[in-house]
Design a protein around this ligand. Structure first.
Ligand SMILES: C[S@@+](CC[C@H](N)C(=O)[O-])C[C@H]1O[C@@H](n2cnc3c(N)ncnc32)[C@H](O)[C@@H]1O
Length: 232
């Protein structure tokens, strides 16, 4: 399980280069994944979204562009501090807070959607995180998780593993000046559950109608589940 102090210090070190590295290392595909997540949520104008582990706010801003009101929460000040300037000038209804996703600073059942992109894998306790997301989403509302999946099998998987485990840590290290941060990524993704197993985690946390969609030949997955209507 990731140590929260180490996670925070790692993201604090790479915050300034984080967005640039996302674009370079994914060749811009990460943006498409975030837009896909927003479409899947089906949020309407004025819906309330709590975006946990929001980082520099990219997913929060995609939700805001779709008309949602968004509360973005992240425990690394250096990351979440970069989000408000990005929101300025976009007429985005966003509020960014420095807080722990395991204890979201919002009341139970308030959100139409709770989202988390590439964050749940970094939580000290992913199960506790999912339970907290269920607490915050309203009955009938959706928990949406965008996350990398373990490298796929077959020839594409071998090619991708070479890129992910050899090339990405080098390029990430050069650009960010922090090689360890970009070794942490493939290490934690390889240890992450397959989408079918993660679905069971979501169900165990109390969600129903759970499903997932594989993205980009299975290198990432978008997971969703709903809090049962009538649940307390
Ligand atoms: C890989 S970044 C993802 C950021 C953003 N969601 C995105 O899609 O670019 C992971 C983020 O999770 C945050 N994080 C990890 N554990 C957290 C926790 N317990 N509470 C709040 N934020 C956390 C880190 O600070 C970091 O900003």
């Amino acid at each position: 399980m990731p140590d929260p102090r180490e996670v925070r210090s790692m993201f604090a070190r790479i915050a300034g280069r984080y967005d640039l590295l996302n674009r370079v290392l994914s060749a811009g595909i990460d943006r498409r994944w975030r837009r896909r997540a927003v479409r899947r949520s089906g949020v309407g104008r004025g819906a309330l979204v709590v975006d946990a582990c929001c980082g520099t706010g990219d997913l929060s801003l995609e939700f805001a562009a779709a008309g949602a009101r968004v509360v973005g929460v992240d425990f690394t000040r250096e990351m979440v501090g970069l989000a408000p300037p990005k929101a300025r000038g976009r007429r985005a209804a966003t509020l960014f807070a420095h807080a722990d996703a395991l204890r979201l600073p919002v009341r139970s059942g308030c959100a139409d959607v709770v989202s988390v992109a590439f964050g749940v894998r970094n939580l000290a306790d992913a199960h506790a995180g999912l339970r907290e997301f269920v607490r915050v989403v309203r009955p009938g509302g959706m928990v949406l998780v965008l996350e990398f999946s373990p490298p796929p099998r077959g020839w594409f998987g071998r090619l991708y593993s070479f890129y992910f485990q050899r090339v990405l840590p080098k390029v990430g290290g050069w650009i960010s000046g922090d090689a360890e941060a970009y070794r942490y990524l493939p290490r934690t993704v390889s240890a992450w559950p397959e989408p079918q197993e993660f679905r069971r985690w979501m169900e165990r946390a109390g969600l129903e109608h759970c499903g997932h969609e594989s993205l980009s030949f299975g290198i990432a997955a978008l997971h969703w589940g709903r809090r049962p209507v009538g649940s307390q």
